[in-house]
Ligand binder design. Sequence first.
Ligand code: SF4
Length: 132
Amino acid sequence: MNVGSIADTLRFVERAAPRRRVLFYFNTPYYGVDDLFLPPDARAVAAETIVRLKRQGYPILNSAPGIRAAATGRFPHPLRYTVVVDATGEYRCCRAVANPDVCRHCGYSACAEMELIRQWHPLAIREALRCA
Ligand code: SF4
């Protein structure tokens, strides 16, 4: 629903929270594919918009390879080294780990960033270090 408002969102963040940066995620269809789901071609367009705005200096935390990997799903996942814990238990990667249909459309761009860092991707490492 907000895919057409990426630049507006960033301008709002610049005004409302100076020096903060935005980590963009894609909808993950936990409850099934619905109107919030972005098909692959629309994800690719959104990822390139984010990369272009980042190059223009907008406050974006995603690395260019990270948001592209999140858009295409071309990174190894579910992750083996992250855990979500809640009142119902512990889940490797996230609560959807037992559902490959959800993982196939994973929109957690943080997973892509972590995996690229683990693979020593220099641009992902550079962005992560800027957070430190
Ligand atoms: S949907 Fe959840 S379990 Fe699957 S890859 Fe994404 S974060 Fe990991």
